[in-house]
Design a protein around this ligand. Structure first.
Ligand SMILES: [Zn+2]
Length: 53
């Protein structure tokens, strides 16, 4: 039985080079690369609010 296990989580990712931040939703989205620096961004902050809306 499939539950709603694939819950999405908003995370803030950050470019370590220029400091650009972006909100993505995992696991639906992959960690993006910074469009300017072309480096992988890192997870800066989990924005789990525990709300369902
Ligand atoms: Zn950058």
């Amino acid at each position: 039985m499939k539950n709603k296990k694939d819950k999405v989580e908003a995370v803030e990712v950050k470019c370590v080079k220029c400091g650009r931040t972006q909100i993505i939703y995992i696991p639906r989205e992959d960690i993006p690369k910074c469009p300017e620096c072309k480096v992988n961004m890192i997870i800066n902050e989990l924005l789990d609010e525990g709300k369902s809306y």
